[in-house]
Design a protein around this ligand. Structure first.
Ligand code: RTP
Length: 155
């Protein structure tokens, strides 16, 4: 596999307001960095309620939708785009199951969260979602193209 092919896959990852407030930014970012993924965009934003509703549009029929959107818009969110081979699927693995009661130890939610409504992180669940979420949260010029020296060893 070439490093070039690896550049094609990107995922949207967000540290939710609880993760930011709890001081878990560096802990979470470091797990993606150490795995070998490349950070291509990052910003701290307080999304509006309307923006949160757009982000979670697929869940609008769910009973927790309103509370979820209120929560996401309640404070700063660290929005990021990570790049690397298989990053969408493996990123979800690093994150762990949606409900921290079911997340394995060693995963972000397994190690750092307790309840589903405060599960500290979001990650795109597939290639379509990743593309849509990256476009929703970032302007094209906010995605940084740069060479990673470690691309000689990491993919
Ligand atoms: P995310 O989108 O945040 O990465 O989470 P996910 O794919 O693992 O889970 P999803 O089913 O898309 O749900 C999105 C977020 O909604 C909250 N949630 N609350 N029963 C509940 O109260 C409940 N169920 C889900 C979680 O914060 C979940 O991450």
């Amino acid at each position: 596999p070439s490093a070039e092919a690896a550049e094609l896959e990107r995922t949207f990852i967000a540290i939710k307001p609880d993760g930011v407030q709890r001081g878990l930014i560096s802990e979470i970012v470091s797990r993606f960095e150490r795995k070998g993924y490349k950070l291509v965009a990052i910003k701290l934003v307080v999304p509006s309620k309307q923006f949160a509703e757009q982000h979670y549009e697929d869940l609008k029929e769910r009973p927790f939708f309103n509370g979820l959107c209120e929560f996401l818009s309640s404070g700063p969110v660290l929005a990021m785009v990570w790049e690397g081979q298989g990053v969408i699927k493996y990123g979800r693995k690093l994150i762990g199951a949606t409900d921290p009661q079911n997340s394995e130890p060693g995963t972000i939610r397994g190690d750092l969260a307790i309840i589903v409504g405060r599960n500290i992180i979001h990650g795109s669940d597939g290639p379509e979602t990743a593309k849509n979420e990256i476009n929703l949260w970032f302007k094209p010029e906010e995605l940084v193209n740069y060479a990673h020296n470690s691309e000689k060893w990491l993919y």
